[in-house]
Design a protein. Structure first.
Length: 147
């Protein structure tokens, strides 16, 4: 059987870190994900997907992501039954996050202040070789390869 979910979207609210009675960190949040297609003349529609993250993943999300941040999530879909305040049985469908990643630019995701201050981070962006020719590359001797 296979149960794997991968989404990318924006947080609709700031995530809040909670702790279970046994001391395990947990957070739940919602991500707005644009649908692939929209009807001509209509605004693009979005789905609002509930996510739950546990332990270090929950702490990471709460530390580095805010409302509007672009986020990529890999995990699995989980369903659970619960009873609401009025005694009605409800079904919740959510993604349990295994891996969470930054998306977009540093300024867009609001994570610019967390950038490393070493020479690698301060280097110019990598050149684009989409229109490269053989003269744009140099031969690397085999004894210089890192593997």
């Amino acid at each position: 059987m296979l149960n794997n979910a991968v989404i990318m979207g924006r947080l609709v609210a700031d995530p809040e870190l909670r702790t279970t009675g046994s001391g395990i960190s947990v957070t739940s949040f919602t991500v707005a994900v644009d649908r692939r297609f929209n009807r001509q003349g209509e605004d693009r529609q979005a789905d609002f997907i509930d996510i739950i993250a546990w332990r270090q993943t929950a702490e990471f999300v709460c530390k580095y992501f805010r409302k509007g941040s672009m986020i990529a999530i890999q995990g699995y879909i989980q369903t659970r039954m619960y009873e609401d305040k009025n005694g009605n049985k409800r079904k919740a469908v959510e993604i349990v996050a295994d891996n969470v990643s930054f998306c977009g630019s540093k300024s867009e995701s609001g994570t610019g202040s967390f950038a490393r201050e070493d020479s690698f981070a301060a280097a110019q962006p990598a050149p684009s070789y989409s229109t490269a020719d053989e003269g744009d590359f140099k031969e690397i001797p085999e004894d210089d390869l890192p593997f």
